[in-house]
Design a protein. Structure first.
Length: 381
């Protein structure tokens, strides 16, 4: 029996894996200690659990455990990284470069810093969502203190050439921040091979709990520092004060471990289901793919529906399939996705685009249901 609506919005959030929940439960009750309590067993047990999770998460991105800073989520980690660099390195320069298709957590943080005197360059993208590396090279100046470019786009799944970007950034003596939220756990990520100095990601995108995230901060070659955004207690080596969310940290650690063990087999199965969904809908003759189909996450398909009433289509589809409309509702009318707009998609197609993102618990039956449902809807559009 299918649960309706069928869930195909894994890029928004994921269900918490039962194995993760099972691992977390004792840390709400039996092992409820504060990891900062150093004088008794309750605190020691909590700290041991945090240390293990730190190792598990570091293993997922090939970093050192000491380079993992726990936050409340990716948005806080993004703020800590970008604002923290700007405040600490402002004497060197006030210029930050980012991409026009970044997540709002990055774009809105940059907008805030503009009001504080930062100079922000927003790189344009091509029709497939890629940036021209020559544009990046031209944009960097001696005052550039940070380049912020996501690993993979949350709407189209496009994977940026991270290694090439970081090489350019470092050759010009700047730092590279990467929002890894959508890439972590879906594709292999190595912060050393990628030349990443700072990276944000969260637990709830990898079948872990909400309310827990990470800022990876490189400790050598170069040694990164940021200005803390929260004070009080000196937790996380002084970079993020506040009592640690031990159950959330334990859960994220377990989720990271499961990704290490199962990522490749998950990606193979999920990409096969994604391709089946996509190819079947393309055969209707009313659908095209937004973005680069060769360089994208294995779980993501952003599809434009031609010759239909966009809002009406979305209303009908989302009655039976939980998907993202690819746009943010800021008023009574949906605004076209800033990502699709930046890629040059006309507003009517942007408003008639749906993001399908599959995950660990997506089934063949669900994909077949989605195909049949959308085909039926298109007949009456």
């Amino acid at each position: 029996m299918l649960n309706i609506p069928v869930y195909m919005d894994y890029n928004a959030t994921t269900p918490c894996d039962p194995r993760v929940v099972e691992t977390m439960l004792p840390y709400f009750t039996k092992h409820f200690g504060n990891a900062a309590s150093h004088t008794h067993g309750y605190g020691w047990t909590a700290k041991e659990a945090v240390d293990l999770a730190r190792e598990q998460i570091a293993g997922l991105i090939h970093s050192e455990p000491g380079e993992i800073i726990f936050t409340s989520g990716a948005t806080e980690a993004i703020n800590l990284a970008i604002k923290g660099v700007f405040e600490l390195y402002h004497k060197k320069g006030n210029h930050i470069i980012t991409c026009s298709t970044e997540h709002k957590a990055v774009l809105d943080t940059c907008k805030t810093l503009e009001r504080r005197g930062a100079q922000i360059t927003y790189l344009p993208v091509n029709k497939d969502g890629s940036i021209l590396l020559s544009h990046l090279e031209e944009a960097i100046t001696p005052q550039t203190i940070l380049v912020a470019c996501m690993y993979a786009n949350n709407e189209t799944g496009y994977i940026h050439p991270v290694e090439e970007i970081s090489k350019i950034v470092h050759e010009r003596n700047s730092y590279f921040f990467c929002d890894g939220t959508q890439a972590i756990g879906k594709i292999p990520v190595d912060v050393n091979d990628g030349g990443i100095d700072l990276m944000a990601f969260s637990g709830h995108k990898i079948d872990g709990p909400k309310g827990i995230g990470v800022l990876y901060m490189r400790r050598k070659n170069p040694r990164m520092r940021v200005q803390p955004q929260m004070d009080g207690g000196g937790h996380e080596n002084g970079f993020r004060s506040g009592t640690l969310n031990v159950p959330g940290i334990v859960g994220m650690g377990k989720a990271a471990l499961l990704c290490i063990e199962e990522m490749y087999q998950d990606a193979e199965r999920i990409s096969r289901l994604r391709d089946q969904l996509e190819q079947s809908l393309l055969e209707t003759g009313q659908v095209s793919v937004n973005g680069n189909v060769a360089t994208r996450l294995p779980n993501t398909a952003n599809l434009a529906f031609h010759g239909v009433n966009g809002p009406q289509l979305i209303t009908e589809v989302t009655k039976k399939i939980a998907v993202s409309a690819g746009s943010a509702c800021t008023s009574a009318l949906p605004e076209p996705s800033h990502v699709l707009r930046a890629m040059g998609l006309p507003d009517n197609l942007a408003k008639a685009s749906l993001r399908f993102s599959l995950g660990r618990f997506t089934t063949q039956e669900e994909v077949e249901f989605a195909i049949k449902t959308i085909e039926e809807i298109l007949k009456y559009q």
